[in-house]
Design a protein around this ligand. Structure first.
Ligand code: MRU
Length: 347
């Protein structure tokens, strides 16, 4: 695969591929402050549920390292207070994906366990680095397994529809919804993938099309409102999407437009699968009604990507970043633990 790396730690910095510049520029940005990490997540320079969980963990580690290096906290209590403040701040960057808080919780567990063992601040910093790297490495393995389970549903020459970007760029590697496609490609399946462009931020056009093309997968880009036509034409055998949070009853939030795709898939009798790490299943969220949906600036609809504004000044906008699809539209949840249906048992 010739897809650029999503993010990594290097020389005391969190380095991210700036996804707002894709597909035209492949440019990496070094983040060393908490505010820079927060902004990179907020503005979708790094995005996709698993990737923002990893970015938050790595950004937190980098911040705490500088905090100590600058002499702000040699005592564990001052260190802990700043750590908690930083976690709270990062968790406000994007509300919908459970992975963001999950990544921060893994880091908090590391702090707690090492504090209890009486470890020094510098030893704890080392442990935090190890945890952040482990979250990244584990994600690669989880995505590979999602790929293996997803592959069992595929046959050569199948047509697949996907929405938004749940690929390598949204994770440490491979992706969730795209992982089975990459494995199938390696095994000579010759799939035909249809990528929804995904209004308004065009993750399908800018990111999914970019990475599938880089991997040599037969990919056709369509506007979101063409999904019904490709299904009606009989070109789609299965739908794979990613997700940001699965509630305990199986309702799930994913990129705005996913609900429409699910309704269409049901109409055309096409299997519809949600691909996600098991950690995306949030047993503390009972149903989809309890999921907080991020709302973004209306400029993303009226202005962004256009040379000139394409809506009258003063028009009202509504720009939810995600929607909730009910469990009864889902054929199965492809996780690293297999293809599941609710109730999901705690791991
Ligand atoms: O707003 P984004 O680009 O972060 O939204 C991404 C999605 O909705 C993905 O489908 C989801 O996060 C899963 S990524 C493996």
């Amino acid at each position: 695969m010739k897809i650029p790396e999503t993010l990594y730690l290097e020389d005391n910095a969190l380095v991210i591929l700036d996804q707002t510049l894709l597909p035209n520029k492949t440019e990496y940005v070094r983040l060393t402050t908490l505010e820079e990490t927060w902004k990179a997540i907020k503005t979708l320079q790094v995005r996709g549920a698993p990737a923002i969980g990893i970015a938050a963990a790595m950004g937190l580690y980098v911040h705490m390292k500088y905090f100590v290096a600058n002499g702000h906290a040699t005592e564990i209590e001052a260190f802990t207070a700043e750590f908690n403040r930083a976690c709270e701040y990062l968790s406000t960057s994007r509300p919908t994906a459970v992975n963001l808080n999950w990544g921060l919780e893994q880091m908090t567990e590391t702090l707690k366990a090492n504090k209890e063992e009486g470890k020094s601040v510098s030893e704890i910093i080392e442990k935090l680095e190890q945890t952040a790297k482990k979250i990244n490495d584990d994600d690669t393995e989880v995505c590979r397994l999602i790929g293996e389970f997803g592959l069992t549903l595929l046959k050569p020459k199948m047509g697949i529809l996907t929405h938004c970007n749940a690929g390598s760029l949204a994770t440490s590697k491979y992706g969730t919804a795209l992982a089975p496609i990459y494995l199938a490609e390696e095994r000579g399946f010759e799939l035909r993938v249809f990528a929804d462009e995904t209004r308004p931020l065009l993750q399908g056009a800018r990111l999914t099309a970019f990475e599938l093309l880089a991997a040599g997968v037969d990919t056709t880009l369509i506007c979101d409102n063409m999904a019904a036509t490709v299904m009606a034409n009989g070109w789609i055998d299965v739908v794979f999407v990613g997700c940001d949070r699965v509630a305990a009853n199986g309702d799930f939030a994913n990129k705005i437009g996913t609900l429409g795709v699910a309704i269409l898939a049901k109409h055309f009798n096409i299997p519809f699968y949600v691909c996600a790490p098991f950690s995306t299943i949030d047993l503390n969220t009972k149903t989809g009604a309890d999921i907080i949906i991020e709302e973004r600036d209306g400029d993303e609809i009226t202005t962004q990507w256009y040379e000139h504004r394409q809506a009258p000044q003063g028009i009202k906008t509504f720009n939810p970043s995600f929607d909730v699809t009910l469990e009864n539209f889902v054929s199965g949840y492809i996780t690293e633990n297999g293809i599941l249906k609710p109730p999901f048992l705690a791991k």
